[in-house]
Design a protein around this ligand. Structure first.
Ligand code: ZN
Length: 104
């Protein structure tokens, strides 16, 4: 198992928990990518750092959700995953600092 697989599995667990709270079900597609249903329009979205709007399909849906937050239709349910932090970690060259062996 490579480091990338490990992080992806952890991320998958996190997403699974949060998605369960939100009533959406994450899946892994045949490429090992995590997909979720957009919470707003329910379109299938790849959940990765390539999608800046995740778990939403588009800026439009993200803004709709933001609007829902702003009008108090949604409330905090404890600590949520910080998607942008995760993405930075996955992309970060700082990973080298921790000297994690590459098991490829
Ligand atoms: Zn959407």
């Amino acid at each position: 198992m490579s480091l990338k697989d490990l992080l992806t599995d952890e991320l998958y667990e996190e997403i699974s928990k949060e998605a369960h709270d939100d009533g959406i079900a994450p899946n892994k597609d045949s490429n090992g990518q995590i997909t979720v249903a957009c919470p707003i329009c329910h379109k299938t979205v790849v959940y990765s750092s390539d999608n800046p709007f995740r778990p939403f399909c588009s800026q439009r849906c993200k803004l709709i959700d933001l609007g829902a937050w702003a009008s108090n239709q949604r409330a905090l349910k404890g600590k949520s995953i910080t998607e942008d932090d995760d993405a930075e970690l996955l992309d970060s060259k700082d990973l080298v600092k921790y000297n994690i062996p590459d098991e490829e």
